[in-house]
Design a protein around this ligand. Structure first.
Ligand SMILES: *Cc1c(COP(=O)(O)O)cnc(C)c1O
Length: 431
């Protein structure tokens, strides 16, 4: 067998990084019990941590009575998660008809729903109107579509694209290259037009960041929206009732990264609120967000089993999951931390590409990752999959989507979505 080992493990002689530094909400033996009940792969979500984090966000903005986070449903479109967040006072940010129905099924209705879509078909506006959701328009064209599909609602919001007035970030790109939102000129025309048509309540939205960890970037977004709210008041006598800061607050995927200090963000926003909004006589102006990633991202984990450890020109740990379960690494080259329960205290003396079984060579959860020595049957936990994880799943290569498990407050587990079956795979075929 020696012959086949191109780079037998331990193959990392630098060996300077002992031990794993990210923690899990379960021990190896607890996880083994869960896996006996629910076969890998699956995503598991930590309810207690999700609630605690939601409460922290509300605490940070407690000076603002109308504060609300509309959870971006696309991050983890599971009604069980949405219900938990509703209990914590969050609403839902929806961008499609099925997401609107998900919100309704989770008991979230009326102005607890923000409908932020783009390139939107008329029937989706109709459904948003039926639910009395807050409708956030992405384009001036939508004024007509909305008007033709339903009577205009009394409250309308527009998405603002600042263009080259703001620098973008890596995932979302530069605002002037973004397909979203109204330009400044369009904004200044759109609100008076809506007022003319009888709309009498207004919100103002933007989304210029994605996975941003710099708190000052978020503060600057508030400043930009406050300035525009003041300009709309002065130039068009439009009174904005809330600013929607969008989502985009990042999470520390890498062990050396730090989570954003929401209390700092809130304090800084409060300072400029007092300076700008109160001074302009526009208090109260509500501040709301549509964060998804920071709400559930760090509290979800993809649990897999090592199927094989193969030595080629490099060492490959092949899992029983693949990029159809988590496509962020393949899509963005994103880092997701990996922990091997039971081996947390072993030295990271092996270097692996951690791969799946898809017939695509970018089907890798990690490239050249230092890990403890792996063997067939080891459980492997991939961190930070609670947002844009299962949700981005797909069926390419005949792969079936995994189950989703809730690790409940009391430590018990609940299946909140079963794994897909072959019957599901064939259900849409006609032959
Ligand atoms: C994706 C998205 C969000 C959520 O973004 P996160 O990075 O998950 O916070 C919010 N609003 C809109 C319009 C989005 O497209």
């Amino acid at each position: 067998m020696e012959y086949w080992h191109g780079a037998p493990c331990p193959n990392d002689t630098t060996g300077a990084e002992p031990m794993d530094t990210k923690t899990l909400p379960f021990t190896k033996s607890e996880l083994k019990k869960i896996v006996e009940k629910y076969p890998t792969p699956f995503h598991i979500y930590d309810e207690a941590a999700i609630r605690k984090n939601a409460q922290k966000m509300k605490d940070a903005f407690s000076w603002m009575p109308g504060f609300k986070n509309y959870y971006a449903v696309k991050a983890c479109p599971n009604p069980s998660i949405m219900k938990i967040l509703k209990e914590e006072g969050f609403g839902a940010d929806c961008s499609s008809l099925p997401e609107l129905i998900l919100a309704e099924k989770a008991g979230i209705t009326g102005e607890e729903i923000m409908f932020t879509s783009n390139d939107t078909p008329a029937d989706e506006f109709k459904e948003a109107k039926r639910l009395n959701a807050i409708i956030n328009l992405d384009d001036i064209l939508h004024i007509e579509i909305l008007g033709s599909s339903a009577e205009l609602p009394e409250l309308i919001c527009f998405r603002f694209n600042p263009g080259n007035a703001r620098a973008g970030n890596v995932i979302i790109g530069h605002p002037e290259e973004a397909k979203y939102g109204l330009t400044k000129d369009q904004i200044l025309k759109a609100y008076p037009l809506m007022k003319q048509k009888g709309v009498n309540r207004f919100g103002l939205h933007t989304m210029v960041a994605s996975n941003e960890l710099d708190p000052d970037y978020i503060v600057e977004t508030a400043r930009m929206l406050f300035e525009l709210a003041i300009e709309l008041k002065e130039k068009a006598d439009i009174r904005i009732e809330f600013v929607n800061m969008g989502g985009g607050i990042g999470i520390p995927y890498k062990p050396e990264e730090k989570e954003m200090d929401l209390f700092y963000v809130s304090d800084e926003i409060k300072k400029i609120y007092n300076k700008m909004i109160v001074t302009a006589g526009l208090d109260p102006l509500n501040i709301v967000f549509e964060c998804g990633r920071m709400v559930t991202g760090p509290y979800g984990y993809l649990v897999s089993t090592v199927r094989q450890v193969a030595e080629k020109y490099k060492s490959y740990a092949g899992l029983d999951s693949c990029m159809t379960n988590l496509m962020r690494p393949a899509l963005y080259g994103a880092y997701h931390h990996i922990t091997v329960p039971g081996k947390e205290n072993l030295p990271l003396e092996c270097t692996y590409d951690v791969a799946g079984s898809l017939c695509e060579n970018n089907d890798k959860f990690a490239i050249d990752r230092k890990l403890p020595e792996l063997e067939t049957g080891d459980l492997v936990v991939i961190h930070d999959t609670g947002a844009h994880g299962h949700a981005m799943g797909f069926n390419y290569n005949g792969k079936l989507r995994s189950s989703e498990i809730l690790l409940q407050k009391d430590g018990s587990t609940k299946l909140i979505r079963r794994a897909e079956t072959m019957d599901d795979y064939f259900a849409t075929l006609n032959f």
